[in-house]
Design a binder for this molecule. Structure first.
Ligand SMILES: [Zn+2]
Length: 283
């Protein structure tokens, strides 16, 4: 789907929110000014802080840079499973250095993607993905930082590899898109589930059944911008300011007050990412 539709309108503000997973570089945030503009727009509707996430080495450098430019931005660094075959010694060393940065709050996104191999030219094969995932699990444990999981059509294998390696203290399933059974398995294992615009998609039936099962201290909310723009704006460009649309859709599925959902999600993000409570560090 190409982003040819106009950008979504600003939603009604819903403070306090933290976008627990976005890609500022892919949203056009490539220097201090453009990053600040994206976060200013988000802050105007109550999304005061964002975690910007890497999927390759350049993106990891960009994420850490953005987190140093703007006190409202935190970074996550890793190599995406579809690019796991780029994890040579030099790349591992640099990812480790970037993940160790004081502004980096998670190792991610890593995990397994069984959708793209064979469809996407140059996509890492399953063996390379599993090896890369194991390396990132070990890195998260060594650094004592949360592990942020990308899981596409690989529920059982992601859970198995985590069991085999021994999971880090905090594991976040980014853009949780599975059904009630996988949600229960993740919750039993102590993991945190992060919900994106997909919860607002009317055809995401199993996911929408899973959303109400998650205890109030175990969910995060994210945009995964510029991807996965929430309903009714599918096909339009996504940005962190769109998070209130997803928060309201998630609250509706749970039969809860959106403001209460926002407060819980923010308290959870502060806890799992170990952010100072209540706001960004003044610059
Ligand atoms: Zn992402």
């Amino acid at each position: 789907m190409s982003a040819t539709r106009p950008a979504p309108d600003l939603p009604d503000p819903l403070p306090p929110l933290i976008d627990a997973h976005t890609h500022l570089d892919a949203c056009g945030g490539t220097d201090a000014e453009s990053v600040a503009a994206i976060v200013d727009r988000a802050a105007s509707v109550g999304v005061g802080r964002v975690v910007t996430v890497a999927d390759d080495l350049d993106a990891a450098r960009a994420a850490v840079a953005a987190a140093h430019w703007d006190g409202r931005v935190y970074a996550a660094a890793a190599i995406h499973p579809t690019r796991a075959d780029t994890l040579d010694v030099a790349t591992k060393q640099e990812i480790e250095r970037l993940a160790s940065d004081e502004r980096t709050v998670a190792v991610g996104e890593t995990g397994l993607d069984w959708y793209w191999p064979g469809k996407l030219e140059g996509c890492a094969e399953r063996d390379a993905q599993i090896e890369g995932f194991r390396w990132h699990i070990d890195l998260a444990k060594r650094l004592g930082k949360p592990l942020m999981i990308h899981n596409r059509e690989a529920d059982d294998d992601v859970l198995r590899v985590l069991r085999e390696e021994g999971a880090p203290e905090t594991v976040i399933f980014h853009c949780f898109s599975s059904g009630p059974d996988t949600a229960r398995a993740c919750l039993d294992a102590g993991y945190v589930l992060s919900f994106a615009g997909t919860v607002s998609f009317r055809n995401a039936k199993a996911l929408r059944e899973a959303a109400p099962l998650v205890p109030s201290d175990r969910f995060l909310l994210e945009t995964d911008a510029p991807f996965l723009t929430p309903h009714p704006f599918r096909g339009a460009p996504n940005e962190p300011y769109c998070l209130p649309y997803t928060a309201r859709a998630f609250a509706e599925l749970r039969g809860e007050d959106p403001h209460e959902v926002a407060r819980c999600a923010t308290a959870n993000a502060e806890r799992v990412y170990r952010l100072a409570a209540g706001g960004a560090r003044p610059e």
